[in-house]
Design a binder for this molecule. Structure first.
Ligand code: TYM
Length: 337
């Protein structure tokens, strides 16, 4: 794990510990984290991006609980910490340190163009802090520290990944090759799961309408209720098409969960109404998430075991990160400690 094994590609990704994780997080990112881990061509490292979380206000006790629960959820989705070290970002100080260095190679204009910054500063107008603004540089540091080749993410992180590539290329060009320039891995289906109540909006846990989003840990009856209430259109035909955002979203979810193509789904529900289709999508999601929830419920109780895992993960991550960090320091002209 320490060194990229010959021909193995390094994979890195992270998730914020911001409350309940959603079906969007699962289909857009987490599901692929496990799939990639189980592919021998890759060496994976995953993190709970807890440093990122304080760009918006957090209550200390709640944050602590969310960090632990997000870590437990990563085990519950099937990540194997022996194969893929999992760690808490705040346990590897090089993230913040490299972020500082990279801030000096990132332009104000670039950060100003980040759509997530624009959205979040509009939403949290009373707290547009510097961390919110420079957040993408910290994310670049996360990725570049591990010389990552591939970063599995949902569509909404693509712009940040492009910035990380630009920073890496700029640094490499100024000095000499230092960072691997990472590629995004965005799934064809599930990269942008939409709200069940307003399918023009991304599914997000910060949505005030609880029926708009499904949590990975939601109970089966809640998942079914949310799908049955999902907003659709008046056409009552299960086919993918323009102006059918609600149905397109449900078909994408069904496709991501079952592996069926849009044509196969349309054929399965030919002549049936939206009611049957919504029930089928709900049931498929319930079955996909059931083992995750069950495993989570048992693992979250094992506090010592979880602690041992994140300590072990941080040890490996620190070793790999140190190499890149000192390499970058040296290139810039620092005297190494
Ligand atoms: P975060 O925590 O918001 O989301 C985690 C992952 O879930 C994906 N995602 C979605 N995918 C499809 N449909 C949705 N509705 C949906 N909502 C979220 C996100 O694209 C993401 O892949 N900045 C990152 C965390 C991060 C990171 C990193 C990621 C920090 N450092 C380094 C990759 C590499 C974030 O806030 O994701």
């Amino acid at each position: 794990m320490e060194n990229n094994q010959v021909n193995k590609k390094r994979v890195f990704s992270a998730i914020q510990p911001s409350g309940m994780l959603t079906l969007g997080n699962y289909l857009g990112a987490l599901k692929n984290w496990t799939a990639i881990q189980n592919d021998d061509r890759f060496d994976c490292l995953y993190a709970v991006a807890d440093l990122h979380a304080i760009t918006v206000r957090q209550e200390p006790a709640k944050l602590r609980e969310q960090i632990r629960s997000t870590f437990a959820l990563l085990i519950a989705i099937g990540l194997d910490p022996d194969r893929s070290p999992i760690f808490l970002q705040s346990h590897v100080p090089y993230h913040a340190q490299l972020a500082w260095l990279l801030n000096c190679y990132t332009q104000f204009g670039e950060l100003s163009r980040m759509t997530q910054f624009k959205d979040k500063s509009a939403k949290h107008a009373d707290n547009i802090n510097a961390g919110l603004f420079t957040y993408p540089t910290l994310m670049a540091a996360d990725i570049l520290l591990y010389q990552s080749d591939l970063v599995p993410i949902g569509q909404d992180q693509k712009q940040h990944l492009e910035l990380a590539r630009n920073i890496a290329e700029r640094f490499n060009a100024l000095y000499s090759p230092t960072f691997v320039v990472p590629d995004p891995y965005i799934p064809k289906i599930g990269a942008r799961v939409m709200s069940l109540q307003d399918p023009c909006k991304k599914m997000s846990k910060s949505d005030e309408n609880v029926n708009a989003w499904v949590a990975i840990l939601d109970k089966p009856e809640d998942i079914m209720r949310k799908f049955k209430r999902a907003v659709t259109d008046s056409e009552a035909r299960v086919v993918y098409g323009d102006g059918k955002d609600g149905i397109n979203n449900l078909m994408s979810i069904y496709s991501a969960v079952t592996g069926m193509t849009m044509e196969q789904i349309a054929a399965e529900f030919d002549g049936k109404g939206y009611g049957d289709f919504k029930t089928a999508v709900g049931e498929a999601v319930v079955e996909q998430l059931r083992p995750v929830r069950e495993r989570y419920e048992s693992i979250i109780k094992e506090k010592d075991y979880l602690e041992q895992l994140y300590k072990q993960g941080a040890e490996t991550a620190n070793r790999i990160a140190a190499k890149t960090f000192f390499k970058a320091m040296k290139k810039i002209g620092y005297v190494l400690p």
